[in-house]
Design a protein around this ligand. Structure first.
Ligand code: MEV
Length: 345
């Protein structure tokens, strides 16, 4: 049985969501896949096809031990350091499987799961979140677990906690990949599908190499420690942008959505998570007549998202001539949730 989970781009609120604010994302038609079949009795075996097939097989005792250490962690950084003998690229899946096993009385054994992805990595389109989400849904399906949407999202977020070294990570990326379409998340109401009035196709623009999201998330945390008042003001302004952005999405006001995306980008620049190249893409997009543009996700490079007007050809030409590759991205209405409960075999 196969589970597909889409990549996501963030329209509003990345970074702010780590501090309890609202974020909005759309799922795009690029997918991570988890394929599950029967394996060694009692064990969960996982294999990463995109990394030369590195794999690990965990027995119940291994999973119980890892889950115990994970639950007792003081911080994620310390937890990751304390786990020896496991390739750290496998750790997100190891933790998800271990927690799922322990929280469900060991009922996840006998599974063999292969993970692969067509989503570009380290570009700001949530490739790691999509892999964790596909994996969590595949394993829960295999074991016949009946988890609520909130439980599925919470457990898949463990993957992002490990990847981004932050306990608050993965709220918007996992929610978007799980539900598909347009999704908002905040700590008060959790994840919600957003009704979209206008078409939400976006243009993705490669601004160049990207810093790891863990690094930009850490930058904001350090700034928050050293200059909490500044960060607080910026996060409040981002939240206001997101609130108005959601209204614009729900009323089909593409002009309003674009303007607010650009405003959100400028606030992210003030937060220190943009770079010259991303700022240039945003400035070119504004000059080229787009509704708006911004970085997506962790920032520090990677893909910018542009909300284009209908005559996108001129803008694409202009961006290409300035050395930036562009890709059209369609919205994926399907998310990993569409595969929940899919039959084995
Ligand atoms: C990364 O795609 C989005 C961030 O808000 C981090 C997170 O929410 O986990 C920067």
């Amino acid at each position: 049985m196969e589970v597909y989970a889409p990549g996501v781009v963030k329209l509003f609120g990345e970074h702010a969501v780590v501090y309890g604010k609202t974020a909005v994302a759309i799922a795009i038609t690029q997918y991570a896949k988890a394929e599950v079949q029967g394996g060694k009795p009692g064990a969960v075996e996982m294999r990463l096809l995109d990394f030369g097939g590195i794999s690990i097989a965990l027995k119940w005792e291994d999973m119980a031990k890892i889950c115990k250490i994970y639950r007792a962690r003081k911080d994620i950084e310390g937890f990751v350091e304390s786990i020896r003998g496991v390739d750290h690229r496998l750790l997100p899946y190891v933790v998800i499987a271990s927690r799922m096993a322990v929280e469900n009385g060991g009922r996840v054994g006998g599974a063999r799961i292969e993970i692969s992805s067509q989503i570009p990595v380290k570009m700001g389109v949530a490739s790691s979140a999509a892999c964790s989400t596909a994996f969590a849904v595949a394993l829960a399906n295999f074991a016949g677990l009946k988890l609520t949407d909130a439980q599925m999202i919470e457990i898949a977020r463990d993957g992002e906690r490990i990847v981004h070294r932050n306990d608050e990570a993965g709220k918007i990326d996992v929610s978007g990949s799980y539900f598909g379409g347009c999704v908002s998340y905040n700590d008060a109401y959790g994840a919600r599908r957003v009704a979209v009035k206008s078409k939400m196709d976006v243009l993705l623009v490669n601004s160049g190499p990207k810093k790891p999201t863990a690094e930009t998330v850490r930058h904001v945390a350090e700034l928050n420690k050293s200059n909490g008042e500044y960060v607080k003001v910026l996060l409040e302004q981002i939240e206001e942008c997101t609130r108005r952005g959601l209204e614009a999405i729900e009323s089909g006001d593409r002009n309003g959505i674009g303007k607010l995306m650009t405003e959100n980008h400028k606030l992210l620049t003030a937060l220190g998570v943009s770079n010259e190249s991303l700022d240039k893409v945003v400035a070119l997009s504004e000059a080229g007549g787009a509704y708006g543009a911004k970085l997506s996700g962790g920032g520090g490079g990677g893909l910018a998202i542009v909300l284009p007007k209908d005559d996108v050809g001129r803008l694409v030409h202009m961006l290409n001539r300035s050395g930036f590759d562009t890709y059209a991205a369609d919205v994926s209405e399907k998310g990993a949730k569409d595969y929940v409960g899919a039959a084995n075999g």
